[in-house]
Write a protein that binds this ligand. Structure first.
Ligand code: PLP
Length: 350
């Protein structure tokens, strides 16, 4: 039986069409700005997000790190949601490499308000760290794919800009936000200093992310990308995959969201699963198992034995992710299997 892999939207394999586009890509030396396909991708993404310029990066992690290196100095502070990717993963790159401390804002769903942002910004003083930048995630990852409403997003942006901070959007799943709400990408990123989108998540590419900003930001970002070893050569092979995804994988993201909502509906009809689903539902689903004689890790192991791969988060929650390589039929099959497993486990409680 074929594994139904709901672990992450990073599990997608390039499609035949994408591989063909990669195989025939025009290429050159990216470090010398001579790769035509990478140049085309950067122009296209900068236009989509409403920025002057863009740079192709190997990963979203490098986008966050490079933006931090450009926006802040060692000893400065970065404000972000306490569960955000930049805060809880990335090997504390902001601290380790940029010398930047994170001032985390605890939230329920990864979304904080302008007032919470203002409260986190420190008064300039001889002793306080300098508040240098604010970073937000659209959509939120470890908070279940919630979408920042545009007025809240821009409220936070204005609070930060008023206090002289730089503003950054981690758009690992910005395409998902836009697909869920119909709000254009550039409406979300409007007025922010930097933003990036990932091509290795819902867009289905093997790797790559594009970081955008004004010309000056991108020039400085290039310096750090090169220093960190992120300059590439014939990166057109990868940029071609991203261009292919822009042409073929954006409109279908709605299918992932419909599949996620279906998964929630099918499991929520049983008493064993508790959801705190945001509205709108995007492609990330966080939930808990309840009333079963097993913990989350054991439940995930049992599910895997039956052909469904989920992700156990460190705090006892489960995450399921829908993506390009999971069909509606597989979602129905996965939900049926998880319901059967839960019922069997519950039968052993006595
Ligand atoms: C995946 C992810 C990243 C990192 O992107 P990579 O391309 O995996 O390095 C950053 N932020 C969020 C919210 C993510 O989900």
């Amino acid at each position: 039986m074929k594994l139904i892999d709901l672990y992450s939207d990073t599990q997608t394999a390039p499609t035949e069409g994408m591989r063909a586009a990669m195989a025939t890509a025009k290429v050159g030396d990216e470090q010398m700005d001579e790769d035509p396909t990478t140049r085309e991708l950067c122009i296209r993404v900068a236009e989509l997000l409403g920025f002057e310029a863009a740079v192709f990066m190997p990963s979203g992690t490098m986008c966050n790190l490079v933006a931090t290196l450009v926006h802040a100095r060692p000893g400065d502070e970065l404000i972000a949601d306490a569960q955000s990717h930049i805060c809880t993963t990335e090997g504390a790159g902001a601290a380790a490499i940029a010398g930047v401390a994170i001032n985390p804002i605890p939230t329920r769903d990864g979304i904080f308000t302008a007032d919470e942002c203002r409260a986190a910004i420190r008064e300039p003083s001889r002793t306080a760290p300098r508040s240098a930048m604010v970073s937000i995630e659209q959509t939120t990852n470890f908070s279940g794919g919630a979408v920042w409403p545009i007025d809240v997003l821009h409220g936070v942006r204005n609070a930060a800009l008023d206090a002289g901070l730089r503003t950054h959007i981690d758009g690992a799943r910005l395409f998902n936000a836009s697909a869920a709400t119909g709000v254009p990408l550039k409406a979300y990123t409007d007025g922010w200093d930097s933003a990036w989108v990932d091509f290795s998540k819902g867009m289905g590419c093997p790797f790559g992310a594009v970081l955008c900003g004004d010309t000056r930001f991108v020039r400085d970002a290039w310096t750090w990308k090169y220093r960190l070893g992120g300059a590439m050569r014939q990166s057109g092979i990868m940029a071609a995959a991203a261009l292919y995804a822009l042409d073929h994988h954006v409109t279908r993201i709605a299918d992932d969201h419909a599949n996620a909502a279906l998964f929630v509906r099918l499991l929520a009809s049983e008493p064993y699963f508790a959801f705190e689903a945001p509205s709108p539902i995007t492609n990330l689903i966080l939930f808990k198992v309840q009333g079963l004689p097993v913990n989350t890790v054991t439940f995930v192991e049992r599910a895997l034995q039956r052909g469904v791969r989920l992700r156990a988060l460190s705090d006892g929650r489960l995450r399921a992710t829908t993506h390009l390589d999971v069909t509606r039929d597989q979602i129905v099959a996965a939900a049926g299997m998880l319901n059967d497993l839960a019922r069997e486990l519950a039968a052993h409680v006595s």
